[in-house]
Design a protein around this ligand. Sequence first.
Ligand SMILES: O=C[C@H](O)[C@H](O)COP(=O)(O)O
Ligand SMILES: C=C(OP(=O)(O)O)C(=O)O
Ligand SMILES: [Mn+2]
Length: 450
Amino acid sequence: MSIDSTLANRNDLESFRSLEARQQPTWPDKDELARACSTLRASAPIVVPAAADKLRERLAAVARGEAFLLQGGDCAETFAEADANRIGNKIRTILQMAVVLTHGASMPVVKMGRMAGQFAKPRSSDMETRGGIELPAYRGDMVNGFDFTDESRRPDPGRMVEGYRISSATLNVISAFTGGGFADLRRVHEWNAGFLKNPAYKRYERTAKEIDRAIRFMTACGVDFEALRTVDFFVGHEALLLDYEHSLTRIDSRSGRPYDTSAHFLWIGERTRQLDGAHVEFLSKVSNPLGVKLGPTTTPQDMVALADKLDPAREPGRLTFIARMGASKVREVLPHLLEAAKREGLAAAWATDPMHGNTITSSSGFKTRRFSDVMDEVVGFFEVHRAIGTVPGGLHMELTGDDVTEVLGGAEEIDDAGLAERYETLVDPRLNHQQSLELAFLVAEMLVGA
Ligand SMILES: O=C[C@H](O)[C@H](O)COP(=O)(O)O
Ligand SMILES: C=C(OP(=O)(O)O)C(=O)O
Ligand SMILES: [Mn+2]
């Protein structure tokens, strides 16, 4: 790779600066911002380009219908909860869901956390008012604090450096769990240990028994299962804060191409996917696999234009569209997009985010979602793909491994009053551990029929 083209790639990374960047914090102190960016620019990458390339290959298999993508984690990670227990619980949930899907559908599952960087949030309103006092809205721990005080809500660029440190530590814990025997498929039962008599757990236990039996049989036949000790686990987040993403972008010494080393996978949110906006421009210049959220107002023209800009070479694995239509709209809007994608020969993989189009306020005032709507959107996503002959490639979820009460319904039938018991999220409601497993069983059934 010549020095000239490496320099050209570096300069190219500045093109977003003249365009409108929505949903950015108003950093009050520009010197603090410059200091934080320069610290990040001098810091080691969180992920290396080769690992992002590996994910791109796996996502190419997803686009072909040879693997299924499972992406999950908090709406907003927090610094306070980046401890080994919480991280372990999330990983265990995703691994259990993956086991259910792999077993049910006989299909490899690409596992990815909304983790190790999901610290910045787009908001509907810049300001929040409580008791007559108006302060900047909480925009995620990488921007400001959740406490409703002047001091805490002031955007602080130093939080990006802290977010970098915590993301690196989180990925370190993830690697320790997924590479150190915890993820060993021969321990499928242990992941369920300590849980109650909920139907999803009983069903999981049956699946685990069958897997155990199959492994014992194959071991007796002489198959070596050492490869099952570890799993590949990728991380991704919404590439919202352009100061952070730009400062962590590095030129890959192998190819001379830029990679955003803050995560393997970056996605562009529904609120920042304008074709002429700074987010689409910046991400079009990095070589990571990318996602774009597509909400119910997306037109086929918007979608094709995004693919032309972000994946002009139609490279399988480069682009994943994440449809978040809402249960009431998925059957009406998605067919037009899939027809156009098919007609234009787009290479994109398709995932469903059945969370963000189904947000409601409960009568007790909680921001919540109905588990039945979440399920219905997933079913609709599969129905539409089946009707058009395209590939339903994955699931993008807001979930946690903990026993929270944030989403209405599920086998434990969390009701309006029940939400108050353990409503812990700072932004959007997440499926709890057992609701996540219930959903995995449904998707496994859908995949068999797909
Ligand atoms: O996670 C998605 C958005 O950031 C979130 O739903 C916005 O929430 P708000 O409408 O409460 O600002
Ligand atoms: C902000 C999010 O979603 P969307 O961009 O789809 O609204 C999110 O995934 O938390
Ligand atoms: Mn969210």
